[in-house]
Design a protein around this ligand. Structure first.
Ligand code: FAD
Length: 381
């Protein structure tokens, strides 16, 4: 049987898009570039309790811990924000990726492992793919993917292959323009005074540092910054922070990693029948680097758009996801910019001022980790 949809990348978002495509009856193949699936746990995996159900992923078996709020710190200023109900959940990222891909397989998708996507060759109507003409012709954009497991002919090529997307490179998408480099270490036997709160450190230029409990005595400590040269310096400072030092007494590091996070979506995420989603598209919150909720909701839109096109309608993924979610992602980007450029942002004065102006109440009552303002507080998204 000819493959209708080829999803490159067998991680959380590749699994999400393949699940919905398969449920819609489209024959879908997922390619993994390695013997297994996923992102090798390179993620803090703290996800909003309100956003997780929107992902469509069977996430519950991967939940490790509940978070009720945050201690936000900047210099020697501190603001505690706490809610009565869990605001976020911390997950086992290895398991989340496996669950997402297994769900796609259960829905009928075929997983090919050790099958790195290498090259894309449009084989029909190459000009249409370039210009967007004949968008209603469902057969206009067939192509051949060259993979480590051999060539695969497909109607739709979906790049869910992460920040270093080879699909984006092969199909000449505009580059990602804004990203940060991150380090994270996971520590066990940590002495956590408030294991239901995350620690957020705002005095790291460009992004922030964090300590996220993943259990009563397990903590994920990390930071991200646009300046890779200063990463080691910031890491050393963070580990000496008076809020971190006591929790690491007697703790031991069980794993650590470096990775890159895109902070701005690409200028283009669809070219003919080739679409990018998740980190490959840069669908990530610029305030936190969190990409699972927005990647997954965009994956749902992508599967709907492909199905609609296969039924004879236009392939409108780019327009639809931007209409629904680009506004929220832009909101995160504007907050990020404000923090990067405000003279107060990296000082305790900024945090004290924010608190004095009612910021604590705003965060405790109305803030949403994904859509910035909670729906019931007037969000229009
Ligand atoms: C330090 C850090 C902390 C983070 N913390 C959070 C957090 O707490 N909450 C949150 O929501 N987000 C977080 N993120 C972001 C989150 O991890 C990503 O947004 C998410 O992983 C994106 O998923 P994805 O499926 O698009 O890409 P990825 O998870 O990167 O998966 C891409 C997949 O494609 C495969 N692949 C790559 N190239 C090829 C190829 N040529 N052929 C076949 N397969 C290929 C890869 O092996 C991988 O399996 C964090 C990121 C980092 C770096």
């Amino acid at each position: 049987m000819k493959t209708e949809c080829l999803v490159v990348g067998a991680s959380v978002i590749g699994g999400a898009v393949a699940t919905k495509l398969s449920k819609k009856g489209l024959h879908t193949v997922i390619l993994s570039d390695k013997p297994g699936v996923g992102k090798d746990g390179k993620c803090t995996s703290i996800i909003s309790a309100s956003g997780l159900p929107r992902t469509g992923i069977n996430y519950k078996p991967a939940v490790l811990h509940e978070i009720f709020g945050a201690n936000i710190r900047c210099g020697n200023a501190h603001m505690a924000v706490r809610r009565k109900e869990p605001v976020a959940l911390v997950l086992n990222r290895f398991q989340l990726d496996e669950l997402s891909v297994a769900q796609a397989q259960d829905a009928g998708a075929e997983l090919k492992t050790s099958a790195r996507f290498e090259k894309w060759e449009p084989i029909e109507n190459r000009n249409a793919a370039e210009t967007g003409k004949n968008a209603n012709n469902q057969n206009a954009y067939n192509g051949m993917a060259q993979t480590a497991a051999g060539p695969i002919k497909t109607d739709y090529l979906i790049g869910a292959d992460g920040i270093a997307s080879n699909v984006a490179r092969q199909c000449a998408f505009p580059a990602l323009e804004h990203f940060v480099v991150a380090w994270e270490g996971e520590y066990e036997s940590a002495a956590l005074k408030e294991p239901d709160l995350v620690e957020v450190f705002l005095d790291i230029p460009g992004l922030f540092g964090w300590a996220v409990p993943a259990g009563p005595t397990t903590v994920r400590i990390g930071l991200a910054t646009p300046n890779a040269v200063l990463l080691a310096h910031h890491k050393a400072r963070l580990l000496q922070n008076p809020a971190i030092l006591p929790m690491l007494k007697g703790a031991h590091k069980v794993r650590e990693f470096h990775h890159t996070i895109p902070l701005r979506y690409r200028r283009q995420t669809q070219r003919g029948n080739v679409c990018l989603v998740g980190d490959a598209a840069g669908q990530v919150k610029a305030t936190t680097g969190g990409g699972i909720v927005f990647g997954a909701v965009c994956a749902q839109e992508l599967a709907d758009a492909v199905h609609h096109h296969a039924e004879g309608g236009p392939l409108d993924y780019e327009r639809i996801w931007r209409q629904k979610y680009a506004g929220a992602l832009d909101g995160h980007r504007h907050i990020r910019k404000l923090m990067d450029f405000s003279p107060f942002a990296l000082s305790g004065i900024g945090l004290r001022l924010f608190s004095a102006l009612g910021g604590k109440g705003l965060l405790e009552q109305n803030a949403d980790m994904d859509f910035i303002i909670r729906k019931e507080a007037g969000n229009t998204s």
